[in-house]
Design a protein around this ligand. Structure first.
Ligand code: AMP
Length: 309
């Protein structure tokens, strides 16, 4: 049992009210893999340039991460730069340089083709399709995306949505994709495009789960200080997919549990610049935060009929 992920891998320059870092390890596949490795082994499918620094590669070296599908292409590594607002709720993209990703044609090795769980992390939907097409008999197929691809490759993205069982998407992007202002209506509209389950990431407000069962809302873990929100969404996906694939069965209960683990892992990601917060997450701390969130979501209203006149 393992998870294959295709997504971006690159160098981020990030400015938040807490400071600025340049050319640190980033990309959707990096955050995803560093979160999902707490549940199952992860095989990365991505490309970096010949300028990819040793410190960035070292940050990906864990016994649970399979880097054999990581290609080193001639040219520059993918780069992204973003600046956050004072309250960190919004960010402005300063530049997106696809670089070696523009010519990337992944050819999966037989052992990665045999993976049953696949996460199509945020990257060109054409690449997501190419990787999915090479998997022999995938059982659990999930995907994410972002505004860049909604604006630039909408038709290709809609094709991908027809092929995935679960989509994980940011609230603002769910609205942009569907034109629906209300989150639950946007989630329902995405469900009509193909996926059976839609998980909407809501930043500091947690996540909303829409599927065949009753809806579920999970709060974010209340942390003391946010240093850098970059990658929180990809990290959420790593916790969600990792937990769900590990549990095996896609039941309503397991989808809720996976949502809790997504929120837990995301809480570590925002506590440091780049992947540093996530790298500090330990098994014990993950378990303890999961219990705290579970306690926050359990509430019943005994005697509610006596409360209302
Ligand atoms: P998130 O904060 O979860 O939206 O993810 C931020 C990460 O996504 C950063 O590490 C970026 O390197 C990466 N990223 C930014 N723009 C793109 C894009 N257009 N395609 C793929 N990855 C991107």
């Amino acid at each position: 049992m393992a998870i294959a992920v295709v997504g971006s891998l690159g160098l981020d320059t990030i400015e938040t009210p807490a400071g600025r870092v340049e050319d640190v390890l980033g990309g959707s596949a990096a955050y995803f893999a560093l979160a999902a490795r707490h549940f199952l082994p992860v095989s990365l499918v991505a490309v970096v340039g010949d300028d990819f620094p040793a410190h960035a590669r070292a940050a990906l070296e864990h016994p649970e991460l399979d880097l054999t599908g990581l290609e080193i292409g001639a040219g520059r590594t993918f780069r992204w730069e973003g600046v956050y607002s004072k309250d960190m709720n919004t960010r402005r993209t300063i530049r997106t340089e696809l670089n070696v990703f523009e010519r990337f044609k992944p050819v999966l090795s037989p052992h990665i083709r045999a993976h049953k769980n696949v996460f199509l992390a945020n990257i060109d939907p054409v690449l997501q399709r190419e990787v999915l097409g090479q998997l022999r008999r995938p059982r659990l197929v999930l995907a994410d995306t972002m505004n860049y691809w909604i604006q630039n490759k909408r038709a290709e993205l809609l094709e991908i949505l027809k092929l995935v069982r679960i989509v994980i998407i940011n609230e603002e992007e769910a609205r942009e994709l569907t034109g629906e202002a209300l989150t639950h209506k946007a989630a329902r509209a995405i469900g009509l495009l193909g996926p059976e389950t839609v998980v909407v990431k809501q930043g500091e407000h947690g996540a909303f789960l829409h599927g065949t069962g009753p809806a579920f809302s999970c709060p974010a873990y209340p942390i003391e200080s946010v240093i850098d929100p970059t990658g929180a969404g990809d990290t959420f996906a790593g916790g969600f997919v990792g937990a769900l694939a590990r549990m095996g069965r896609v039941s309503h209960l397991n989808l809720r549990r996976a949502t809790v683990y997504g929120c837990v892992l995301a809480s570590f990601a925002v506590e440091g610049f780049g992947v540093t917060g996530l790298q500090r997450a330990t098994r014990e701390a993950i378990l303890s935060r999961a219990e705290e969130i579970a306690a926050m979501t359990r509430f019943n209203l005994p005697d509610s009929a006596r409360i209302i006149r």
